[in-house]
Design a protein around this ligand. Structure first.
Ligand code: NAD
Length: 335
C-alpha cells in the first residue's frame, strides 16, 4: 500500500526502510510536518504515517479524506494531535503504536530523576571549567523516598518497577488500577494523596481533556515543598504559568522535562545558530533545577525497531480489512 510518512527524520528512513521488506509497502518519505500547507502531498495516497508534531486537526483530516486517504498510522503512542471526532466523521481509521518499548521512556524518566537529584548536569559543566567544588551539588538518596506515578499504564508500570528497585515506596494514581502493578508493591491512591506524599512525581498519563493542566496551581500547592516533578508525557498535562511560579517560589524543587508545549517549533531540529524566540522556554532554561531534553524518551534502537514493525503491521492489517487492536477511537478520550 502507498504510504506517505510525514516529519521523516533520518532515523525514520533508516528503521522503516530496514523493516519494510517483510511488509512490502510503498513508502514515501517527506521531511515536512503534516499540516494545512503540506497535506496536498498526501493527495491520492491511501495511508499517511504521522508523528507527534504532525497536525491532524479537523481541516487537515477533511482534506486528507477528500484526497482519498483512509488511514492515519501514527508511529507514536500519544494521539492528542489527532481530532478523533473529525477522523470518525470522515471515516478515517486512526492507528497507533501502543507500548512500543515502555522501557525506553521509563528509563529516560529515571535518568532525568537521577541527573536532577545528583546534579549531574551541573557537575558536568563545572568540571569542564576546572571547578571541583561540591557546594550546590548535594543530593538525596532515592532509597526510602516516595515516588508518585500518575498514569500507571505501560510506561508508568515500568517506571514503578525501576523505582521499586531503588528501594522507593511507590504510589500510583490511575483510573484503571492494574493487579500486575499492585503486585510490584505499588499502592494506588487518589491524586491528592499522591501529591501530598510523593517526594518525586512522574507523569505518565496521556494528554486528554481530563488530564489537561492536571498539575496546576492547586496541585502544586498540595505537593511536598521542594518535591521533584518529571514530565515525559505531554507538556499540557502541566500548567506552564503555575509551574514557572512554583519554580520561582521554590515550591517545586526540581523539574525534569522531555516534552514542551510548543515543542513542534523547537524539537528535532538544530537551532543552535538562531536566537530562541520562545520566552517561556527561555525562562525554563534559566533555572538551575530544570533539566530539559527534546522529546528523546522514545529514542532507543529497540524502540525505533518496534515502532517501525508495529506501524507496518497496523498498515498491513488495515490493507487486509482486519483490525490490529491498535485502532484509536474516541472511546479512549473517556479515560
Ligand atoms: P498507556 O495507555 O499504556 O498508559 C496510560 C495510563 O494513563 C493508563 O493506565 C490510563 O488509565 C492512565 N490515565 C488515563 N487518564 C488518567 C488520569 N486522568 N489520571 C491518571 N492516569 C490516567 O500509555 P503509555 O504507553 O504508558 O504512554 C503514556 C504517555 O506517555 C503517552 O500517552 C504519551 O503521551 C507519552 N509518551 C512519551 C514518549 C516520549 O518520548 N517522551 C514516548 C511515548 C509515550
Amino acid at each position: 500500500m502507498r504510504v506517505a510518512l510525514f516529519s521523516a527524520l533520518p532515523h525514520d528512513r533508516a528503521f522503516f526502510t530496514e523493516a519494510n521488506p517483510a511488509y512490502g509497502h510503498d513508502l514515501g518519505f517527506y521531511d515536512t510536518a503534516l499540516n494545512e500547507e503540506s497535506v496536498a502531498l498526501a493527495f491520492g495516497i491511501r495511508a499517511v504515517c504521522a508523528f507527534v508534531h504532525d497536525r491532524l486537526n479537523a481541516d487537515v483530516l477533511a482534506m486528507l479524506a477528500s484526497g482519498g486517504t483512509e488511514l492515519v498510522a501514527l508511529r507514536c503512542t500519544g494521539f492528542n494531535n489527532v481530532d478523533l471526532h473529525a477522523a470518525q466523521v470522515h471515516g478515517i481509521t486512526v492507528m497507533r503504536v501502543p507500548a512500543y518499548s515502555p522501557h525506553a521512556v521509563a528509563e529516560h524518566a529515571a535518568a532525568l530523576m537521577l541527573a536532577l537529584n545528583r546534579k549531574v548536569h551541573r557537575a558536568y559543566n563545572r568540571l569542564r571549567e576546572g571547578n571541583f567544588a561540591l557546594e550546590g551539588l548535594l543530593g538525596f538518596e532515592m532509597a526510602g523516598k516516595s515516588v508518585g506515578i500518575v498514569g500507571a499504564g505501560a510506561i508508568g508500570a515500568v517506571t514503578a518497577r525501576i523505582m521499586a528497585g531503588f528501594g522507593c515506596r511507590v504510589l500510583a494514581h490511575d483510573p484503571a488500577p492494574s493487579p500486575a502493578v499492585e503486585a510490584l508493591g505499588v499502592r494506588y491512591v487518589g491524586l491528592d494523596v499522591l501529591l501530598e506524599e510523593a517526594d518525586i512525581i512522574s507523569l505518565h498519563c496521556p494528554l486528554t481533556p481530563s488530564t489537561h493542566h492536571l498539575i496546576g496551581t492547586k496541585a502544586l500547592e498540595r505537593m511536598k515543598p521542594g518535591a521533584m516533578l518529571i514530565n515525559t508525557s505531554r507538556w499540557a498535562v502541566v500548567d506552564t504559568r503555575a509551574i514557572i511560579g512554583a519554580l520561582k517560589s521554590g515550591r517545586l524543587g526540581a523539574l525534569g522535562l522531555d516534552v514542551y508545549e510548543e515543542e513542534g517549533d523547537l524539537f528535532f531540529r538544530d537551532l543552535s545558530g538562531q536566537v530562541l524566540q520562545d520566552d517561556v522556554f527561555s525562562r525554563l532554561l534559566t533555572f538551575p533545577n530544570v533539566l530539559i531534553t527534546g522529546h528523546q524518551g522514545f529514542y532507543t534502537r529497540e524502540a525505533l525497531e518496534a515502532i517501525a514493525h508495529t506501524t507496518l503491521v497496523n498498515i498491513s492489517a488495515f490493507e487486509r480489512g482486519e483490525t490490529s487492536g491498535n485502532e484509536v477511537t474516541t472511546a479512549l478520550l473517556a479515560d
